[in-house]
Write a protein that binds this ligand. Structure first.
Ligand code: C5P
Length: 367
């Protein structure tokens, strides 16, 4: 019997890039949020005298050899478990490839969970996270799900209190953005001290200033869950509520009617956490938008019509280094209207919801 795993995607609600570290990676502080939009990863495995991995996919752009994140993960996991096995993995792609939505990273986490289930074995919690971090900076977040604080190079993950689910539109532009190149462009920009005023760019950073800035942002994120003494709710108003999607109602806590206000308050508190009065921000926008002005235009479109307030996003941004962008909305109707407008302008757009931790795990293993 094969195990079918929903390999969910992520967006970055904010992302601050710090200095280059001795290992060549960049220090960063980010707040990840998982989405319901997913690929499907099917794993079958049985113990054998020698390890053999066979990968298949419905998308010709996905490598099916040792370059694939699922391959790397399974090979390493078997070595750590000291097990040899014949493993077949099929990746059904629905998410954009290299779109800043963590699809390849999520596939690796799904392959690990499928492998463990198939073989009836499990790596310890911290061992799993360490292994995931070796495969990629964005892999460990998918072993937590929901709202996740990412530190280090993004691989040191901390579960945050969840936001109530929100409607989300993901725009999938045709241009591709290389993550390593975007980091190099960021470094060059810091070196030259150029600021992209249009997107509220960060000040040029010395190493020390860069670290201070990351520390400040992680404190701001953490303070969202601070308890004020007004019962269980933190200063941010982050509380659990009801899903906007009736198929996913959170543990019977029906707060119909209040949900959109709660999601809005929590998110608006987050939007204000930005440092230096810049508000919540993804630093990659400062280097990616000048190179691809069409992406800045799509962000504006996702932000919506602020004059009428109709279809106005609670927040919109580039996800990771892009090229996917997202907008978060109060209602399905607003999300559908924004999707319709984006598609009329020739941009592929998908409607989904944010996925809190509980739903992430309860719906992970597909029938
Ligand atoms: O860890 P991951 O495989 O996702 O990283 C891909 C590339 O992105 C790295 O090789 C590195 O060039 C760059 N990167 C970085 N700093 C990070 C994460 C990634 O420079 N925090």
């Amino acid at each position: 019997m094969a195990t079918r795993v929903r390999s969910y995607s992520k967006i970055n609600l904010g992302l601050a890039i710090g200095p280059v570290r001795a290992d060549g990676f960049h220090a960063l502080t980010t707040l990840y949020q998982t989405l319901a939009l997913h690929d499907l990863v099917t794993v079958s495995a049985r113990r054998a005298a020698a390890t053999r991995i066979v990968l298949t996919t419905n998308d010709a752009r996905v490598p099916v050899d040792e370059r694939n994140t699922c391959w790397k993960m399974v090979e390493r996991a078997l070595a750590r478990l000291d097990v040899s096995a014949e493993v077949a993995i099929h990746i059904e792609k629905r998410l954009p490839v290299q779109g800043g939505m963590g699809a390849g990273s999520a596939n690796a986490a799904a392959a690990l969970l499928g492998l463990e289930r198939e073989l009836g074995v499990s790596l310890g919690g911290s061992e799993r996270l360490r292994l995931a971090g070796e495969v990629g900076s964005d892999v460990p977040l998918f072993l937590l799900g929901g709202a996740v604080l990412g530190l280090g190079r993004g691989e040191l993950v901390f579960p945050m209190p969840d936001f109530p689910p929100m409607w989300c539109v993901v725009a999938v532009p045709e241009v591709g953005v290389s993550t390593p190149q975007a980091f190099r462009d960021w470094d060059e920009k810091q070196g030259s001290g150029i600021r992209d005023q249009g997107s509220g760019g960060a000040p040029g950073l010395t190493s020390a200033a860069g670290v201070d800035r990351l520390n400040e942002l992680s404190l701001a994120y953490a303070s969202l869950s601070a308890v004020t003494g007004e019962g269980e709710r933190g200063t941010s108003g982050i509380v659990r509520g009801q899903s906007p999607d009736d198929k996913r109602v959170v543990s019977g806590e029906n707060q119909a009617g209040a949900i959109n206000d709660l999601a809005e308050n929590a998110l608006l508190a987050l939007v204000r956490t930005g440092i230096g009065n810049d508000g919540l921000h993804n630093d990659f926008e400062d280097v990616v938008f000048p190179q691809h002005p069409s992406l800045r235009a799509i962000k504006r479109q996702l932000m919506g019509d602020s004059a009428s307030g109709e279809g106005t996003a609670l927040y919109a941004a580039l996800s990771g280094s892009g090229s996917a962008l997202f907008g978060l909305y109060r209602s399905e109707a607003e999300a559908r209207e924004v999707q319709r407008r984006a598609q009329a302008a020739g941009v592929k757009a998908l409607v989904t919801t944010t996925l809190p931790r509980q739903e992430y795990w309860s719906e992970m293993f597909a029938e």
